[in-house]
Structure formats: C-alpha cells, structure tokens
Design a protein around this ligand. Structure first.
Ligand code: VG1
Ligand code: CO
Length: 581
C-alpha cells in the first residue's frame, strides 16, 4: 500500500469527555471528523507507541463501528503502526480490551501498547444515535487527562492526516492474519476470538467450580440481561458454557448495532425486561422471580445487581464486595491493598475501609483516576455509583467481573446450604446483614438529561455562589424541610492525584450536612447533546432498627431540599428528572 497525506481543517468540539469522544453518528460521519480525531491521537502519542507498535481496535459493535475499524486500520498503516488486533466482528467489551492490552501475546511475542475503543457505552446506538471513541494506554486504562488534553489541543491545529487509501478492507468476521507491505515494511491485521483472553483471566481470579455448584443447585436461579450489548458474547461463554447456566437464563445476549432500539443502560428504568422478571417495578412478573439477576451496559463495563424483588445500589455493591472479597474470591486471598470510590459514590465503602483498616481513596468521576492508584499498588477494589465496579485485574470497570464477584460471595455464604434443607442465603440477606453491621447509606441519583446547556451552567454557578453564605443556605432549608439537619460545610471537589500530583478541579459541587447526609451536583461528561445535570442524594443511618425503610421515602425530605436549593425547576423548567437510580 501507499501513504496519502490528506489535507484537513480543525473541527470544533472534539474534546474527549469523562470517557472519550461521544457524538451522534451523523456528526461522526461528517467528512474528516473521525480521521481528525484519530490522527490527533496518533500525534499525541510518543513515537514508539505508533511506529512499529501493536494497537487494538474494537468495541461494543454499535452502528458505524465496522466502518470506523476500516478507517482506523488504514490510518494506522499509514502512520507506521506494525500491527492491528481486532476482536472477531469488531467486538471486544471495554474490560476485554483492557485485558487484551495487558495479557495477550501475539504468535511472534508481540504485545499491544494501546487501543482505540469504539463505544458510547450506555448511550443508545443506531444511525441517529451515538457513536464514541476513546484511547486506552499501555496499562490497559483510559488515557489520562494529560493525554486527552493533548489530543484535544491537536484537534484544534490539525492540517493533515495520513491514510493508506489503497489498503483493501479486511474481513473482520474471519479469524486470521492478513499481511500487507507498505513503505515502512510489513503491516498485519489480526482478527482473533473476542472472548478467549478475557475468559482465561476470569478463571485465574474466581473459583469457577464453586460458582458452578451454586448455579447447579435447584435452590438457586439466575438471570442475565446484556441489553443487546457486547456483554452477550461473554455471558454465553462464561455463564452458559463454562459455568453451566441454562441458556434460557440469558436475555438479550445477541449484540445488536442499535441495541434493539433502547438504552443499553443497566438501571431500574432502562433494563425493563430484567427488572420485571426479577419481580420489581410496575410490570413485575407474576412468575416466581429468579434468586439473582444482573445486567450490563453496551460495552459491558457496567453492572446492575438484583436479588429476588430486591435492588442492590452500586454504592452498596462495591462495599459488600470489598467486605467479602478476601474470604470469597481466590484472587484476593492475600488481602486488599486498598479500596477507592468516585466522589459522588456513597460512603458505604468508607465504612468498610475503616472497619477493615484498609487504605482508602476518593477520586473524581471516571475510571481513569483509579488506574494510577492501581499501578502504584495502592488499590485492589473500586467502584462508582453509576453501576461501575472493578478491581486491579484490569484498568477498566468490569460488568461480568462484578457478577462473578457476587456469585462468588453467594457461593461462599451458601457453601453449607446448597444441599439438604438449609435455607438459601439470598442477595437480600447479604445486603441486610451488611447494613446491620455497617449501617446503611440511603442513596439515590436524579438525572435531568438533555437540559439547555446555558441553563445547566447557570444552575451550577448559582450553587457555587450560595456556598459563600451557609447561613442563607440553612435559612432556605429551614423553610422547606425544618427536619433536615443543617449544612455544615460546602465546596467544589478538587482532586490531587497522590501518585503523580496532578490536580483536577471543578469535579462536583458538594453540600455536607450535620447528620452526615450529603448532596452532590455535577454536569455529565458523557452526553452527546445538551447538558445532563446529576443530583446525588445520600443519607447515613447507623441505627439497625431504621435501616429497612424504602429508600425513596427515607430520602424524600433531602430530595426536596436538593431541588429547592438548586432551583431546579426555575432554571431548567423541569418538574421531574428523566431517570432516577
Ligand atoms: C458517567 C458516570 C461515570 C462513569 C462514566 C463512564 O459519567 O457518571 O461514573 O465513569 O459515565 O461510564 P458522566 O460524566 O456522564 O457522569 V461508561 O459505562 O459510559 O464508560
Ligand atoms: Co460502559
């Protein structure tokens, strides 16, 4: 093939958000849009990460992925990349990409130094929906801010990109290596099985035999919903083929380019089918629900854990996994190095860390901040309130891992009750027991999606402004909810990375209440149009006689304070959130 230099001009708005660049497919299809971003990424990497390098390109299989893979491959060839690795059909979950970068070794001993991940995660897909792209580094984690800032800076000055236009399209549905010759020597495209490396890694972490026993027990019933995302191919391999679950326990496990037309977001609003099957929500199933249910998002890095008629908040989930990991999961037998959560995530994990005397870190939203801690050996388990949970086995959150972690805990707690007539220890039992020991963090998040960007900015600015007078803030609170305890502290979260000293500012507006309650407000960095305001509401209850309340009831007064304090309706015109989780 030959290398062509194409003239181009900067395109506005290519700033990577919380997790890469996410835009409508129609935006990505504009002339040079994808090309500019990809070339800007190559230009942001050091030479040896491009010339002669091995780079992974794959994603959640959403609409436009197949075209993007061919374009990126041709540009990689032209930029002197030695080899491109593609999961069969262009499919690799985000955690699997992280695993492939860290673990996979090519036939000639080659290792990947980075990856383009093609996903917009939990955002809908299809010709009129979202596409996304992000770059992950040699440690398997998302590019740190220093790199994404450089990429963005490059997009503003780009004037040409390199492409091998005459390189033929590679058939990514067939496993094998295609070899080509270019001006700088050989170039290979290797298509490989999307699940092998990931399954191998999971087997080194968990005791598959004990999970198999759990799944085989007539007392235990199981259900998994991939929401038509890429998780389906891993679910089939792991839950059915390896662990012996019945094929009928899988819902929506065939990846679709448009996720069947719905949001591939594993929460109580969007995972409708699973929620109903688990006996929750308005259209709850009449049939006896399974004991355990879980769902994933489009790229399979998120997870939702459900018990029979029971929802586990993601903030509780990471705390419960951390509290039980050493006993229940072989990978952690020698102890936890530390734990971490994102700032808006509830303090349930903090209490566990304190009790178990573990190192603890609070980082800004987004997985990239956990990577540094893990690389420095400071953190074993971490999580976010947004249905993200994971560990230092890779550098991304991991939806299937979280399910295997829960199944391991269930297998451990039930090791004596699977045979005979002892009662099964259920998901709900485990969570209630946890609350009895550590107290409960009532928690909810209100999302206002696609709000006018100006209005959202004004609302946030006002919330910062009123922080300068807490007595005025407390006056408002007294008026609307006299029983809510007063605010004792308020700030904007700023993070100093303990490993590299880098500082991230404006990471969310916080209000701390005297009784330990907390309100957090932040703007989403993953949307593709307008603004999304997220309100995080949390209240701690230590008294074991009061941990069994309905969460929305318990939080109602604090929610009211949040909405009045932020003047939500005044600024946005919205009388209700788009999604409550
Ligand atoms: C959201 C979540 C955040 C998560 C991010 C990426 O970001 O709040 O916790 O890390 O999505 O997840 P934001 O900026 O919209 O609040 V994923 O599954 O979209 O890669
Ligand atoms: Co995701």
């Amino acid at each position: 093939f030959s290398v062509v230099r194409k003239e181009t001009k900067p395109i506005e708005g290519q700033k990577p958000g919380t997790s890469g660049l996410r835009k409508k497919v129609t935006v990505f299809k504009q002339p040079n849009y994808l090309q500019n971003f990809v070339q800007s990424t190559f230009n942001a990497l050091s030479v040896e990460k491009v010339k002669g390098a091995t780079i992974v390109v794959s994603g959640d299989g959403r609409y436009y992925s197949k075209d993007a893979i061919q374009i990126i491959t041709k540009m990689a060839a032209a930029n002197g990349v030695r080899r491109i690795w593609v999961g069969q059909n262009g499919l690799l979950s985000t955690p699997a990409v992280s695993c492939v970068i860290r673990e996979r070794v090519g036939a000639d001993g080659s290792k990947a130094t980075g990856a383009f991940i093609l996903t917009a995660s939990h955002n809908p897909g299809g010709p009129h929906e979202d596409f996304g792209i992000k770059y992950n580094m040699e440690n398997g984690g998302p590019a740190p801010e220093a790199v994404t800032d450089k990429i963005f800076a490059n997009t503003k000055i780009i004037n040409e990109y390199l492409i091998a236009e005459d390189l033929p399209d590679v058939d990514i549905s067939v496993i094998g290596v295609s070899s080509f010759g270019g001006p700088e020597g050989p170039f290979d495209v290797e298509v490989f099985d999307s699940t092998t490396d990931y399954v191998k890694l999971m087997k080194t972490i968990f005791d598959f035999e004990s999970i198999q026993k759990l799944l085989a027990s007539p007392k235990f019933t199981f259900c998994y919903d991939a929401l038509s995302g890429v998780a389906g191919i891993y679910a089939k391999r792991i839950f059915v083929e390896e662990l012996g679950a019945n094929e009928s326990s899988l819902l929506n496990c065939v990846p679709k380019e448009d996720f069947g037309g719905s949001h591939p977001d594993p929460n109580l609003t969007y995972a409708k089918e699973l929620v109903a099957r688990m006996g929750l929500g308005k259209s709850a199933s009449e049939v006896e629900p399974p004991e355990f249910g879980a769902a994933a998002d489009g790229d399979a890095d998120r997870n939702m854990i459900l018990g029979k008629r029971f929802f586990v908040t993601p903030s509780d989930s990471v705390a419960i996994i951390a509290a039980n990991a050493v006993q229940a999961i072989p990978y952690f037998t020698s102890g936890l190095k530390g734990v971490a959560r994102s700032m808006p995530t509830s303090a349930a994990l903090d209490v566990v860390a304190k009790n178990l005397n573990l190192k603890f870190f609070e980082v800004p939203t987004g997985w990239k901040f956990f990577g540094n801690l893990m690389d420095a050996g400071l953190c074993s388990i971490c999580g976010e309130e947004s249905f993200g949970t994971g560990s230092d086995h890779i550098r991304e959150k991991d939806g299937i891992w979280a399910v295997l972690a829960w199944l391991s805990i269930l297998a451990y707690k039930n090791k004596d009750s699977l045979d005979g007539n002892k009662k099964l220890v259920t998901v709900e039992d485990i969570v209630r027991q946890h609350w009895a020991t550590y107290g409960r963090h009532y928690y909810t998040r209100y999302d206002y999606e696609n709000v006018d960007a100006g209005a959202a900015k004004d609302l946030m600015a006002n919330l910062v402004k009123i922080q300068s007078s807490l007595s005025d803030v407390n006056k408002i609170i007294k008026e609307v909810q006299p029983d809510v305890s007063p605010v004792v502290n308020a700030d904007e979260f700023e993070y100093k990375d303990p490993v590299d000293g880098s500082i991230s500012k404006h990471q969310g507006i916080r209000y701390f209440f005297k009784d330990g309650s907390r309100l957090v407000f932040r703007l989403s960095g993953t949307g593709s149009e307008g603004a999304t305001i997220r309100v995080y509401i949390e209240q701690y209850e230590k008294d074991p006689t009061k941990t069994g309340r309905d969460s929305q009831d318990a939080l109602a007064p604090l929610v009211d304070v949040a909405l009045k304090l932020s003047k939500m309706q005044e600024f946005t015109g919205r009388s209700a959130p788009t999604v409550i989780t």
